[in-house]
Design a binder for this molecule. Sequence first.
Ligand code: PLP
Length: 432
Amino acid sequence: MNLPLAHDIARRYAAATTADIALPIVFKTGSGCRVEDIDGRRYIDFISGYGVISTGWQRREILAAMQTQMETTCFAPPWLPTREAMLLAEALLSLTPFHLHSCARATGGAEANEAALKAHLALRGGKVLVVGRAYHGGTTRTLALSDQRAFGLPPSAAPEPPRVPPAYCYRCPYGQTFPGCGLECAEAVETAVRADGNITGLLLEAVIGSGGVIIPPQEYFHAIQDICERHNLTLILDEVMTGCGRLGSFLAAEAFELRPHAITLAKGLGAGYVPIGATMLDRDLSEAITRYEDVSATLAWTPLACAAALTNLRLIQEENLAARAREMGTLLLARLTGFFERHLPAHTGEVRGKGLLIGIELVKNRATKEPAPRLAKRLALLCMRGGLMIGSSWDWHTLIVMPPLILDEATMNEALDIVESALKRIAHGADA
Ligand code: PLP
């Protein structure tokens, strides 16, 4: 039998690497919100390569900037300044809160978080408190700070950090209902800090992304900000997924009125064209880390990566993509909520979102809220067969929809038609 090319690549790739292959789909090309695989199948991309493709596939502006850069210089040793890195750092500082003083370089999200953690260690030492269901990266320290157990992530030699439950209103860890709950999830931070005098920092994903698009109420953030100030905690905001416009503002910090000491960015910063991350630090953290040798990666912030990220940031601003994410996100959330409630009422736990980061939590039974990961997989697969890529949380409890920020209404409607027909097939038991 003649196997499709993609199966052959997937088989050989799996044999030759440690990669985890979800499906034998091999991307060939893309444009805007769409991708095509090597077998000629076309998909609308409603996952942005997992929150990466912020300004769309194969943007000519970014490709042109990279081409120009490649023809001059792709690389400079990390101890020498470059014009491109200078411009990128200045652009990032102009887009982030005024009190953030400088940028540390990184090649991705985990490294950006490591840079913030190193600066925090250099300034104060002590432990960093983390939140359940969060994911912060695949290095041993960021893994330890992620919820390894909940998601079956690899073990880490780093010590187990103090951890508090997330502000997960749909499944409140305290069995309460917002707003009458007294925000015990925020109070848990204060209790942990009181109980352990060595806690000096809090690492937070404002919206927990791959852990299930968990969006705390605004009051939670007010409480967290207040606790951090009263207990002098260094607040590190992991904006690897939420940053660069995804939530409808350039940063989650703006959206939730947080004043972190450090903000980390990656994914949507390089938009998939280059590996890049950045850590924005306040003056104290900056000064503490600059007392040491710069151990950012050799390949962090190459002129090529900076040229691509800079052009990407320019597009995000010129095209008002954060505002677009807010507007399209509101429409998309309303339409998805309507479809799921209409076609799958017994299994729709909660549809929640902010900007273009939307989660659909499916359950076996609305009363017991037992998760329905098999149903989520079936639905994602049906969408895929229909020509739409959507994603999920690590544990498949929640489907994740996060299209490129350039999403237009016609593409959204086309995607929604695919979702609706997948839902109808499931509702009529026709997907076996
Ligand atoms: N932080 C968050 C919130 C993430 O979602 C991720 C990746 O999914 C990371 C950090 C790690 O980023 P990277 O895979 O670029 O190292």
